[in-house]
Write a protein that binds this ligand. Structure first.
Ligand SMILES: Nc1ncnc2c1ncn2[C@@H]1O[C@H](COP(=O)(O)OP(=O)(O)O)[C@@H](O)[C@H]1O
Ligand SMILES: [Mg+2]
Length: 239
């Protein structure tokens, strides 16, 4: 089976211009993720977990290495793809969930959540119905659905963010601590949704504040701690 994502020799560093020196956030990372596989990234604060996810999402350009993604239109190296192709893949096949909602002025919670379905061509009434289903599932009360999330509490915004990010399946889903500071019900709803998506074949790479929440989903652990053995098989791992 060809992996959904095949990462080869990936390195990313930052230059601190004011200090006149650079450092590596991670270097020479290689691993592959198959359809329906769930890879947990671990490592201390500053180990490079968020930087790796942002590099895979191509928010950062790596200095070296390949990120081969099997898109619906054939293989593409995300490290070298044109920005326009990256934009298209983000709308269709590659999702990224963080703790933070990017709210927009005068866009209601339900419209924001429905937007990925509207962009995929779904008619508005059906997209709104589906959006309301996910807002309900993540515990956003119905009085807030037509309201503007710019005024919501942090936890409410996080739930809107999850509903929007997970409303449609992706081939590849990147997750950066999506459960940090969520209440128990929303965490449970998130884990159920991830299990569903995994069963539908989504490949996932994620960092979790409470890895115990997703323990039953984890196939492999990648440890970004410097000098740690990179890959551990699931059965050897206590999370
Ligand atoms: N845009 C950036 N510019 C400079 N340094 C950065 C940038 N992003 C992250 N870093 C640094 O890279 C290292 C890894 O950060 P990060 O990937 O956020 O770690 P983690 O998510 O594992 O806690 C840290 O030392 C951080 O300060
Ligand atoms: Mg991080």
């Amino acid at each position: 089976m060809t992996p959904v994502l095949d990462i080869r020799g990936l390195s990313k560093g930052f230059t601190m211009h004011h200090l006149g020196q650079g450092f590596a956030a991670f270097s020479d990372i290689s691993f592959a993720v198959n359809a329906g596989e769930f890879v947990l990234l671990k490592g201390a604060n500053g180990a490079g977990k968020s930087t790796l996810l942002r590099t895979l999402y191509r928010s950062y350009l790596p200095q070296a290495g390949q990120v081969l993604f099997q898109s619906a239109h054939g293989p593409i190296d995300l490290a070298r793809a044109a920005d326009i192709d990256i934009t298209y893949l983000r709308q269709t096949e590659i999702g990224f969930v963080t703790q933070f909602l990017v709210a927009r002025p005068r866009v209601s919670a339900e419209a924001l959540v429905a937007e990925p379905l509207r962009l995929a061509g779904m008619a508005e009434p059906e997209a709104l119905d589906t959006a309301r289903h996910w807002l309900q599932t993540f515990g956003v009360k119905d009085t807030l659905w037509p309201a503007y999330p710019t005024t919501f509490s942090g936890g409410e915004q996080q739930k809107v963010n999850l509903a929007r990010a997970l409303i449609r399946p992706h081939k590849l889903l990147l997750l950066d601590e999506p459960t940090a500071s969520l209440d128990a019900n929303a965490r449970a709803a998130l884990v159920r949704r991830l299990a569903d998506l995994k069963a539908q074949g989504t490949a996932m790479i994620g960092v979790f504040h409470h890895p115990g929440d997703v323990e039953h989903l984890i196939d492999r652990v990648i440890d970004l701690t410097p000098n740690a053995p990179l890959q551990e098989e699931r059965q050897d791992v206590a999370v």
